[in-house]
Design a protein around this ligand. Structure first.
Ligand code: PHE
Length: 373
């Protein structure tokens, strides 16, 4: 009970529209607003709110205003599942904008599926997420593609021959991405000299890094989340490892360079968008985001923004606001021009989109290249 109360207190300032007013439509959202990957949820939520503010200012959907209920999953799978149940049974939301982390989406999506409430993940890339059923969608690319992108980059651009992998064994996303990278890099004639693990929450990685150092790799692939990756980068450099570090979208947070400091500079990761784009939909989005929040949007903010816009566009097209009607229109999403690219959903309800490779440069994220599926 005490825990529940604490969760509610943390959540309350972020909850709006708890009581449904007559002329209002309620959309639910849960994500990590606290915990070791809190920037994921906080950024995504900012993107969602910006999109809904714009939509409401333009009249809402079907003549009604949208209100958003956001719950904190504290970065825990079981809390994501509990939040989803609460949004459906208590807040009676018409649809859910799901969380960022794939593990949490895997815990939450089946509940939305059972209740026939459309569920849209902005950023969960593990292929299993949308296998929960036909009410579960995502507007980002999936890890078989993201892993391919970095293996290709390691092989063709960095011309690496021997790579070590350091994966978070307790994280579905990390494990899936590590497997794809390993297979693709080997297919290209590369060698994986060691493939070892850590667990989210660890703070000392010296044993694993010492083992890696003994294999003398010319690159290290670390598909984890930013908190551990920042610490790993620091400790790798302290141990004298100079090989480039590579990762996936889980690196994308301002906190990465706060934690990794100089050690993370010059390293590479795959991502969903680049702030250096001159595409007008990107520059316009960055301008509006900065005006509202006084910060530069990361990929999650952009994905949250796109997810809310795509969901509401489907709601507008739907015959009514029942779960099945919204679901049917979501499934038809095609060529939606978003900040993170053109979004078309395939028969698995996954988006097929290009990815970018980014190089870390302090707080800056230098654009390196784009890979199209
Ligand atoms: N793709 C990650 C996952 O599935 C989440 C993520 C997306 C993190 C985008 C950062 C940026 O777990």
């Amino acid at each position: 009970m005490k825990r529940l109360l604490l969760a509610l207190v943390l959540v309350l300032p972020l909850v709006s529209g708890c009581t449904k007013k007559q002329n209002e439509i309620v959309i639910g959202e849960y994500d990590s607003l606290t915990g070791s990957d809190a920037t994921f949820g906080l950024s995504s939520n900012k993107g969602v709110r910006l999109a809904l503010d714009e939509i409401n200012a333009a009249g809402g959907v079907k003549g009604k205003k949208i209100s958003l209920v956001t719950l904190d999953d504290q970065g825990k799978n079981e809390e994501a599942a509990a939040a989803t149940t609460r949004l459906i049974t208590q807040n009676k939301v018409v649809a859910i904008i799901g969380g960022v982390a794939s593990g949490r989406s895997k815990a939450a999506a089946p509940i939305a599926q059972t209740h026939k409430v459309p569920f849209v993940s902005p950023a969960s890339t593990n292929p299993d997420v949308t296998k929960a059923g036909d009410y579960v969608f995502r507007i980002c690319f999936i890890d078989p593609f993201q892993g391919f992108v970095m293996a290709k980059f390691a092989n063709e651009t960095l011309k690496l021959k021997k790579v070590a992998i350091l994966r978070d064994v307790k994280n579905d996303y990390s494990v899936g991405l590590a497997d794809v990278f390993r297979d693709e890099f080997k297919k290209r004639g590369g060698e994986i000299v060691t493939d070892i693990s850590y667990q989210a929450g660890d703070i000392d990685f010296k044993a694993q890094l010492t083992e890696i150092r003994s294999k003398n790799p010319d690159g290290i692939y670390i598909p984890g989340y930013y908190t551990e990756v920042g610490l790993i980068a620091q400790q790798a450099r302290q141990l004298g490892i100079k090989a480039p570090l590579m990762g996936g979208d889980g690196w994308d947070s301002d906190k990465l360079s706060e934690i990794g400091k100089d050690a993370i500079n010059g390293n590479y990761y795959s991502n969903h968008y680049t702030t250096e784009s001159s595409d007008p939909s990107v520059t316009e989005f960055i301008k509006k985001f900065k005006a509202k929040y006084n910060e530069t949007p990361d990929a999650l903010a952009a994905l949250g923004y796109d997810a809310a816009k795509i969901l509401v566009a489907a709601m507008e097209r739907a015959a009514d606001l029942s779960g099945p009607a919204i679901r049917d229109e979501l499934a038809k999403t095609k060529d939606f021009v978003g900040v993170t690219g053109k979004v078309s959903l395939n028969e698995n309800r996954d988006a097929v989109k290009s990815a970018v490779v980014i190089q870390v440069e302090g707080k800056n994220r230098k654009y390196v290249s784009t890979v199209t599926p």
